[in-house]
Design a protein around this ligand. Structure first.
Ligand SMILES: Cc1cc2nc3c(=O)[nH]c(=O)nc-3n(C[C@H](O)[C@H](O)[C@H](O)COP(=O)(O)OP(=O)(O)OC[C@H]3O[C@@H](n4cnc5c(N)ncnc54)[C@H](O)[C@@H]3O)c2cc1C
Length: 473
């Protein structure tokens, strides 16, 4: 679809005509493109399409903008429950923030070190080498548990460039990550330590090639930050949602909230999208940015072809719950240990983060993988109380000095179904980036279809790719 001024005007006239017709025979509302999902991917696609003159409708199932960007303005200090770290390579995020006057600031320095609780023992990094419970041998004993993965980092990194993960030459690395670590010398006793913080049930559940893709992205970010003498990580004071809200506000068309898409009729001559509330929308193209677990529940008139359908149905997502605890008093000043923690308990890891509103700090507890509490059938409040109680037991200095702020289970949220897409061993080779292809009038976007970038920048990249593909079709 070449988007031209003439086409835009024709669309506008058509829209008016459809409106008049609608008075006698209600039909689907029409646009050039319908974008599904108002996360970063969908918002970026919609903004780009509008800038090219297209008439766009954005449909969002929930009552809010942002998707996995989720600043909780109703909780004290407006904590982040989703994405907040902006890396040096995030060109699209950084440019969009600048255009929309959304400030980015370097993260304040985090207090150094961790409070560790592993194998039933509490210790600091300095105590770890001589600890009886330290299962490692030789030089490995001196590496603290939060840094152990660096000991098994291949040097040089096997991927020469960010997009190389999808090339034939590297597919031998599409093997279980645990086996790959063992091939680099990781002993069996290091595996439980390496598992902490991972989002799948075991190290071998993830493809080493996919993991290396993420590590490459991080390494390039750090190298760029160092070369540019820039901080490695930035955040949005005021909250990451300020950016997604500003993106939505900059659209000519208002995002239709509470419009959960349940069906996509994808024909060779156009698309019709149906929402759970009965509304229908017709367009030349649809860009679908739904996370795959959410897209699996949408009825497609024509299933995706072959391997794309397998990718849609089989790509796994990480599991996690975000629990934000308010700091009533600085518990670390009571026991003299670092505030951040790293454990092999259900608490897993926690990080002291600045409150976006500038009102102090909060503790972000990130329960991932096997520690994810989502499967216990508890409410968000019950999960928060359980985390607080467990922490109080493990670290007495926290008693009375923390309170539950906000909780979100990404695993249980039907509009996401996990944290982000990963790949099981063998799936990188089988699926490559097949979902980024065009399926008649349906384009799939979202972080799960990014080629070069990860996280928020991957979402932006994918929205841009889909919008450009539509504009050139
Ligand atoms: C806890 C956590 C922390 C993270 N931290 C970082 C970080 O620090 N830095 C970073 O770069 N990345 C981070 N990420 C990843 C980042 O959040 C995502 O990569 C990015 O936000 C995904 O954007 P998206 O537009 O692809 O998807 P989403 O943001 O998930 O947007 C998809 C949208 O589709 C909507 N939707 C779902 N189903 C339907 C339906 N049926 N009809 C209509 N709409 C529907 C959803 O409600 C949602 O709004 C984090 C993710 C998580 C979970």
């Amino acid at each position: 679809m070449r988007i031209t001024r003439r086409r835009l005007l024709a669309g506008a006239t058509g829209g008016a005509a459809a409106h008049l017709l609608g008075a006698c025979a209600p039909g689907p509302e029409r646009a050039d493109v319908v974008v599904l999902g108002a996360g970063l991917s969908g918002l970026n696609a919609a903004r780009l399409l509008e800038s090219l003159g297209a008439n766009v409708i954005v449909l969002e199932a929930s009552g809010r903008i942002g998707g996995r960007v989720d600043t909780r303005y109703d909780a004290e200090g407006a904590p982040e429950l989703g994405a907040a770290d902006v890396g040096t390579l995030y060109a699209r995020v950084i440019d969009t923030a600048a255009e929309l006057n959304v400030a980015l600031e370097p993260w304040p320095d985090s207090p150094p070190g961790y409070w560790f609780h592993i194998g039933g023992e509490t210790f600091t990094a300095a105590q770890w080498p001589d600890l009886a419970g330290n299962p490692l041998q030789g030089d490995l004993r001196a590496i603290n548990p939060s840094a152990i993965s660096r000991a098994f980092m291949p040097r040089p990194h096997p991927l020469p460039a960010l997009g190389a993960w999808a090339e034939d030459d590297y597919q031998a690395l599409d093997m279980p990550y645990g086996e790959y670590l063992a091939s680099l010398g990781a002993p069996p006793e290091a595996m439980p330590l390496l598992q902490i913080g991972t989002q799948l049930d075991s190290l071998n559940a993830e493809s080493a090639l996919w993991k290396l893709r993420g590590i490459k992205f991080q390494m390039e970010s750090i190298a760029t930050a160092m070369a540019q003498k820039q901080p490695f990580r930035k955040y949005v004071p005021g909250g990451m949602s300020t950016l997604t809200d500003a993106m939505a506000a900059s659209l000519q068309a208002e995002v239709r909230l509470q419009h959960a898409v349940v069906a996509i009729d994808n024909r060779t001559d156009g698309v019709t999208v149906t929402c759970a509330n009965g509304t229908r929308f017709a367009a030349d193209f649809v860009i679908c940015t739904l996370p795959l677990p959410a897209l699996r529940k949408v009825a497609l008139s024509r299933p995706l072809p072959g391997v794309a359908a397998e990718a849609l149905n089989e790509i796994p997502y990480g599991r996690a719950t975000s629990v934000v605890l308010q700091i009533l008093e600085p518990y670390w000043e009571v026991d003299g240990m670092p505030p951040n923690f790293w454990t092999d308990t259900v608490l897993q890891r926690a990080f002291l983060n600045p409150s976006p509103t500038g009102e102090g700090q909060h503790l972000w507890v990130f329960n991932t993988g096997t520690a994810d509490l989502s499967g216990r059938g508890w409410t968000a409040a019950e999960i928060g109380e359980y985390v607080l109680q467990q922490l109080n037991e493990l670290r007495p200095s926290t008693v009375g000095r923390l309170a539950v702020g906000a909780v979100r289970s990404f695993t249980r949220d039907p509009l996401v179904g996990g944290t982000y897409a990963t790949r099981a061993p063998g799936q990188v080779q089988r699926f490559r980036n097949v979902l980024a292809e065009t399926f008649d009038r349906l384009l799939v976007a979202g972080e799960h279809t990014a080629l070069l970038n990860s996280g928020m920048e991957g979402a932006m990249e994918s929205g841009e790719r889909a919008a450009l593909a539509v504009s050139l079709a």
